[in-house]
Design a protein. Structure first.
Length: 154
């Protein structure tokens, strides 16, 4: 056995433990098969001619505790890839990018009082906007769950 300084042993232990919990965290992430995903970590759920849009489980875990969601785009038509709002976490503010072109029909008002729903239920109560689908062909350019998992190495 090679002797090493205690500090190095603690560092190696930390790296191993961190790697273990990182893998464990990714295994617990949720990737619903019925959604579309973007490289910017938004998701889209299509219900008829309306799309529900939010951020992925991976994104909310990376951001940490969500404290505020600002979406001033209700009633506006937003082009694909344009910013439709921001999400504020304890450690950062991040832009929200429109995964498909459409008019923002509704903003999830429940997030005003409970922005933490984005953390606890990103695909349910944590949805952010409802929008029309202006160009259904844009959905074909989005990822399905397996491709998204590969993108984030989950």
């Amino acid at each position: 056995m090679v002797k090493c300084k205690a500090g190095l042993s603690k560092f190696i232990f930390f790296v191993l433990v961190k790697g273990y919990f990182s893998r464990l965290k990714s295994r617990r992430m949720n990737f619903p098969e019925n959604l579309y995903y973007t490289k910017d970590h938004e998701w889209v759920r299509v219900e008829g001619d309306v799309a529900f849009i939010g951020i992925t489980d991976f994104a909310q875990k990376e951001l940490g505790d969500i404290v505020y969601v600002d979406i001033p785009s209700q009633g506006k038509t937003v082009a694909q890839h344009d910013v439709f709002g921001t999400v504020e976490a304890v450690k950062t503010v991040s832009d929200l990018f429109m995964p498909i072109s459409g008019e923002v029909l509704e903003v999830n008002g429940g997030l005003d009082a409970a922005p933490e729903n984005v953390n606890s239920d990103p695909y349910g109560d944590g949805w952010m906007i409802k929008a029309t689908i202006s160009n259904a062909a844009e959905l074909e350019g989005l990822m399905k769950a397996d491709a998204y998992k590969a993108l984030i190495n989950a």
